[in-house]
Design a protein around this ligand. Structure first.
Ligand SMILES: [Zn+2]
Length: 282
């Protein structure tokens, strides 16, 4: 999956290290990120070639082996080589470990960007020098990176799995029922609620399968299998922007794997296809 970058090793522990010329520099602008000819993430040196960037204006984020990622809130102008493009380009980046490191870096850079002022008292915030945190110098509130949990559910009815298709975005592959966990819910509550809301089914024997960090929505996705309980007739939710366009039962034999295996969704669908024990027994 996307986060499986071995033999490279991901290091997310905080460090106060300073940037060097060949370190990677993440410059985010909303959901866009600065890229080199649309191909690679720029280095500190490449950005310094077009604008001034003092060492204290770059903040350490993470490392993959000896490749260090920093971000800055300096406004970097576009040039012939440097331009802003959708962060989603990193999902398919080659090599994959740079796509993963770049997107988690973008997630952190976005979090810093969204917390430039204290949400409680409006004072300009500061970066902690001891840990990955943002501190308000006036009221003392400390902000830590926030992760939004999501559940993805593979609903099974004997030898069939329920595949869905959403109307949102440009993503046209099949998917599984999914949604954010709401305040006050357990993961299992969220599974039952999302399934009922999206496809009008009751489920039982909810079982955890695996998880995936998903930087593009600052999420941690938890994948579950669940068996349909009672009538398997699908009633699609057709309200709202995230309405489902399709919800179909597909048998193991007819199931075609549409994805290279980057996403948890398709890893779970593959597990069903290959009769992984978690997909077949409750
Ligand atoms: Zn404050």
């Amino acid at each position: 999956m996307f986060q499986d970058i071995g033999p490279y090793v991901f290091h997310n522990e905080y460090s106060s290290r300073k940037p060097e010329e060949d370190d990677i520099l993440i410059v985010q602008k909303g959901r866009d990120i600065l890229m080199n000819c649309g191909q690679t993430l720029p280095t500190v040196a490449q950005v310094r070639a077009v604008c001034s960037l003092a060492a204290e204006q770059a903040y350490y984020l993470l490392s993959i082996d000896e490749k260090h990622f920093f971000c800055t809130d300096v406004q970097v102008p576009e040039t012939e080589n440097l331009s802003y493009t959708s962060v989603m380009i990193l999902r398919e980046m080659n090599p994959g470990y740079m796509g993963f490191g770049g997107s988690v870096s973008w997630q952190l850079a976005s979090w810093y960007d969204l917390h430039r002022y204290c949400g409680r008292c409006g004072t300009k915030t500061e970066h902690s020098e001891r840990e990955r945190a943002i501190i308000c110098p006036k009221c003392g509130h400390t902000y830590y990176p926030r992760i939004s949990p999501v559940v993805i559910i593979a609903i099974v009815d004997g030898d069939r799995i329920l595949l869905t298709r959403y109307n949102r975005g440009g993503y046209r592959r099949h998917s599984l029922v999914a949604g954010f966990v709401e305040i006050g819910e357990t993961l299992e509550d969220a599974v039952r609620r999302e399934v009922m809301e999206e496809v009008g089914l009751h489920v039982k024997d909810i079982r955890y399968c695996e998880s995936q960090p998903w930087p593009f929505s600052s999420s941690l996705i938890a994948g579950f299998f669940a068996d349909v309980d009672g009538d398997p007739t699908v009633h699609l939710n057709t309200d709202g922007q995230d309405e489902l366009a399709e919800g179909v039962w597909v048998s193991r034999d007819e199931l075609v794997l549409e994805d290279s295996g980057m996403s948890l969704t398709w890893d779970m669908i593959r597990k069903f296809k290959e009769k992984h024990p978690i997909s077949t027994i409750a």
